[in-house]
Ligand binder design. Structure first.
Ligand SMILES: [Zn+2]
Ligand SMILES: [Zn+2]
Length: 277
């Protein structure tokens, strides 16, 4: 009884401290550093346009202002059925973008928050360039909501991420895809294992290469770690990464997983690179 009372006391104390903190330091928008939550509540009350429950949840939990959220999150329509790129209807052919008409990926479907550009591009650059963990977490959580929108979300067994070679890991000390994966898992409530895949050799930076060289650069560069070899057989896996441009890296990850016996592999990335469209 006394323990229960102590627990309740602590919980209320924590809430009071957190409320006081929010009052003194009101949360600001991740995208623009402008006012977010309090401003938003007022706008919701006075708005003539109803906001979807999902968008509202993102707003409240992730502290995006409505302008940034509208900019960053693309509608589900007008997406390439294979790579997830946002494609104008007139530019799509059989629901596919230009790249996917000719590509043969090892994954079934890819999704993204939006095309690489504007605010999303600025945030990705901040995440990678400044090794900004908080931005990686926020983008990962947005990606988690994106995964939740999928028709087949209930069939997904596990999330994993594109691996980094151990030498690069030591040099950088920061792996964006791991943080993205963990955050997406927290939101979508799908378990994650960031160590399923391993990079067998160091590859060159994909951004410096042509599309053809990109495929050559990562060809057979990844494999499933021995610990997970049996565990992934028959599983539906989603591979997480920051940006997908040619699709070469994520496709090779999917190839390694499928070869090891995964039943289906999909891909979820923060942004779909513009170069390939
Ligand atoms: Zn904003
Ligand atoms: Zn496509």
């Amino acid at each position: 009884m006394l323990r229960r009372l102590k627990e309740l006391q602590q919980r209320y104390l924590r809430k009071a401290v957190s409320d006081l903190y929010s009052f003194v330091y009101p949360p600001t928008c991740v995208g623009c550093d402008g006012p977010s939550y309090f401003d938003w509540v007022e706008q919701v009350r006075s708005s003539s346009h109803p906001i979807s429950p999902v968008d509202h949840e993102i707003r409240v939990r992730e502290n995006w202002c409505q302008y940034c959220l509208a900019q960053i999150r693309a509608p589900l329509k007008q997406r390439c059925a294979v790579c997830g790129a946002i494609v104008p209807i007139h530019a799509a052919h059989k629901g596919r973008c230009h790249l996917c008409l000719f590509s043969d990926f090892h994954f079934t479907q890819a999704i993204c928050i939006n095309n690489y550009g504007g605010l999303l591009q600025a945030l990705v650059i901040k995440m990678k360039g400044q090794r900004c963990e908080s931005t990686a977490i926020q983008l990962g959580e947005l990606l988690g909501y994106e995964i939740e929108r999928l028709d087949f979300v209930d069939d997904v067994d596990v999330l994993t991420c594109v691996p980094t070679h151990w030498r690069k890991k030591i040099q950088k000390g920061f792996q964006a895809s791991e943080l993205l994966c963990r955050s997406a898992s927290r939101i979508s409530a799908i378990p994650c294992s960031t160590k399923i895949l391993t990079a067998d050799r160091a590859t060159q930076k994909q951004g410096m290469l042509s599309d053809f060289k990109r495929f050559e650069n990562v060809n057979n560069a990844f494999s499933v770690t021995p610990f997970y070899q049996e565990k992934i057989v028959g599983k539906h896996i989603v591979v997480i990464d920051d940006v997908m441009t040619s699709g070469a890296t994520t496709s090779q990850c999917a190839k390694a997983l499928r070869t090891a016996g995964a039943a289906r592999v999909d891909v979820a990335v923060v942004a779909r690179g513009a170069k390939s469209r």
